[in-house]
Write a protein of this length. Structure first.
Length: 172
């Protein structure tokens, strides 16, 4: 109904998470993070809603692990290649980046912090009483994650600036 069951990447673009935030971070020279529009899940269509939601949540990290394995094959192929040169080095560097990025994303998405996939896995494994408590504290945990990521980005931006200020003060 929302048109997001598609391989067309344009249908998944979130103006803030896919364009604005990564663009600002790129302009600031900070690590780039972003997100796409979420694809809603019809829980009512699942035979076993709790088990089904766990499998749906694990699909993203599983895809990241699969992509990391594909990049491992590419890297192995580049290492065994009889060719050499700039293109082969570029392919090897791209494969290494693909391995690290996808492995990191799989681990990150498995953290039990809403709205990450790991929180959906944990939520659907908890008894009903604990789900109520988990949902209440989940919002606060999300804010803590944003503060942590924001603090990390600020540190990356402010650290060079503070070094510059201290070097100027040292010259006085």
């Amino acid at each position: 109904m929302l048109g997001r069951l598609s391989l067309n990447p344009l249908r998944h673009i979130d103006p803030v998470g896919t364009v604005l935030v990564p663009g600002v971070l790129l302009a600031l020279g900070a690590p780039i993070i972003g997100w796409a529009r979420p694809v809603p899940v019809a829980v009512s269509a699942l035979r076993s809603p709790r088990r089904g939601m766990i499998l749906v949540a694990l699909a993203g990290p599983a895809a990241n692990i699969l992509m990391a394995l594909v990049w491992c094959v590419v890297l192995a192929g580049a290492a065994r290649s009889h060719f050499s040169g700039t293109v082969l080095n570029w392919v090897a560097l791209m494969a290494e980046a693909g391995i690290w990025l996808n492995a990191g994303l799989a681990v990150f998405n498995l953290l039990p912090i809403p709205p990450l996939d790991g929180s959906r896995v944990v939520r659907n494994m908890l008894p009903y009483n604990a789900v109520q408590v988990y949902d209440r504290i989940g919002g606060w945990i999300s804010y803590l994650l944003m503060i942590f990521v924001g603090g990390f980005i600020l540190r990356l931006l402010l650290w060079p600036a503070l070094g510059f200020v201290f070097s100027l003060l040292g010259r006085l």
